[in-house]
Design a protein around this ligand. Structure first.
Ligand code: SF4
Length: 473
């Protein structure tokens, strides 16, 4: 399979952009915006700035504060900028894949930062390579840039070239782009990945999540619509709606796990949706217990909802070491247990002698859950009833979230009872898919739920498939 040759990146990322109509210096604003989006990617960070018509950039492997310092920010001066934080799966962790990608083509310079993943990137790349194109990275962003560059030969302007590119690519993409004149935001026709618009005094801002606006003191204006291109210049903002080809399919995993709880996406509070998931979980799967605890950090909000609905008090039964980050040297295979012990510890004074309900957002491989339950029992917990605030995850994601192949997904290979035995829980229940779809309260969009039900909203080319047969809606 040719994909392996490229070691294609799963692009779980955060993007940010700003255009200052007043000519206000923007690099520090991007820095703080990226800081607020750090949870979306810790592998690399980068920024491209329009310095009086010339795009200059800096990017490197590492966290935002590791990549940028005062001296670098002082050199990145300009009135418009875009930024990116990248999480990449195994095989994609190279400096060449750090974004923004910046090219020089027949219309001048163009910088692009992408959150998402294309399902036909390999086919497009093969086709372009056969006609002589060269690529420096293994990411999809460079494929999109190549297409824009090619279409610029026949199109009047960059917006028309972007529209042509959108007709060719299939998959998820939220883009921020920078030309010597414009800041451009694009959301894919199904709106799988989020992108929103804000205002900071006279500056327009774009970000993957609204929490980035709060961090810089900007006001949320609205979400970019699926299939919409927004163009910002010194005259303000304009919008071009391209054909969406159907209803939207926002990734529901943004609400379960990926987005920050203080963000709003497509009109829905992420925090509120997690509270709702906990409440519905308590209604669907009640249990007699003394205490509700959340697996930090992903299960904490749903645990509050479970507690509220069930009337069982919630408490802090597990402590997470906040300083285990990207640079943590992982123990070798025979020391895996140490890895979980270093990251988490049970609060003996809280759990000793208690019947617990433990809430987590998902069970992927099951190994960490097993260690944590063991840890709670060693600390004196009488019973541990596991409740999961999403359905069993049985299928891989092709749209940018690094969910392992079916061979590694425990729910793809074992029954709920078998998983319960493997993780050593006294009972195990998952939120139903019907329940999950009720959790984004007030949603104005449809959802992708394919990692739970294999109903992929875009046909997955056979060369990309990572497992068994698929249902496509
Ligand atoms: S398959 Fe799952 S993780 Fe991927 S976009 Fe759909 S809902 Fe999100």
């Amino acid at each position: 399979m040719r994909k392996a040759r490229y070691g294609k990146v799963h692009e779980e990322c955060g993007v940010f952009g700003i255009y200052s109509v007043d000519g206000h210096d923007v690099a520090r604003t991007v820095y703080y915006g990226l800081y607020a989006l750090q949870h979306r990617g810790q592998e690399s960070a980068g920024m491209a700035v329009n310095d009086e018509g010339t795009i200059v950039y800096h990017k490197d492997m590492g966290l935002v504060p590791e990549v940028f310092n005062d001296i670098i920010l002082n050199h990145l001066r300009g009135k418009a900028a875009i930024g990116h934080v990248l999480y990449s799966s195994t095989g994609g962790s190279y400096r060449e894949n750090a974004q923004p990608m910046v090219i020089r083509y027949r219309s001048g310079q163009l910088a692009l930062a992408h959150n998402g993943s294309l399902v036909n990137a390999t086919a497009l790349r093969d086709r372009m390579e056969e006609s002589g194109a060269v690529f420096q990275s293994t990411n999809d962003s460079e494929v999109m840039l190549n297409l824009i560059s090619r279409y610029s030969i026949v199109c009047d302007d960059v917006i028309e070239a972007i529209k042509k590119m959108m007709q060719e690519v299939r998959g998820s993409y939220s883009l921020v782009m920078l030309t010597p004149e414009l800041l451009i935001g694009v959301r894919d026709p199904l709106g799988i990945r989020p992108l929103c618009i804000g205002k900071l005094d006279n500056s327009w801002v774009l970000a993957s999540e609204s929490c980035a606006f709060d961090a810089i003191g900007a006001t949320f204006i609205r979400d970019v619509n699926p299939g919409e291109i927004v163009v910002i210049d010194e005259h303000g903002i304009s919008s071009f709606q391209t054909g969406t080809g159907g209803s939207s399919r926002l990734c529901i995993f943004e609400f379960i796990y990926f987005a920050r709880p203080d963000s709003f996406i497509d009109g829905v509070s992420v925090h509120q949706s997690r509270i709702e998931a906990g409440k519905l979980l308590a209604t669907e799967h009640p249990v007699e217990a003394d205490l509700v605890i959340g697996a930090p950090d992903s299960g904490l909000t749903a645990a509050m909802g479970y507690s509220e609905q069930s009337g069982i008090p919630d408490g802090q039964g597990l402590l997470k070491n906040r300083y285990v980050g990207r640079t943590f040297i992982k123990p070798q295979q025979n020391q895996r247990e140490d890895s979980v012990r270093i990251k988490f510890n049970a609060m003996k004074s809280v759990v000793n002698g208690k019947k617990l309900v433990m809430i987590d957002d998902s069970i992927v491989r099951g190994t960490t859950t097993r260690r944590i339950i063991q840890m709670l029992k060693n600390a004196g917990a009488k019973e541990v009833h596991m409740r999961v605030s999403s359905p069993p995850m049985r299928y891989p994601c092709y749209f940018g979230v690094d969910i392992p192949n079916e061979e590694q997904l425990v729910a793809a290979n074992y029954s709920v009872e078998e998983i319960r035995q493997m993780i050593g829980a006294d009972s195990l229940c998952y939120l139903s898919l019907e329940g999950l779809l009720k959790t984004p309260v007030g949603a104005r969009c449809g959802f992708c739920t394919a990692c739970f039900d294999a109903r992929y909203p875009i046909e997955i080319p056979s060369a990309c498939l990572k497992g068994k047969g698929r249902v496509v809606i």
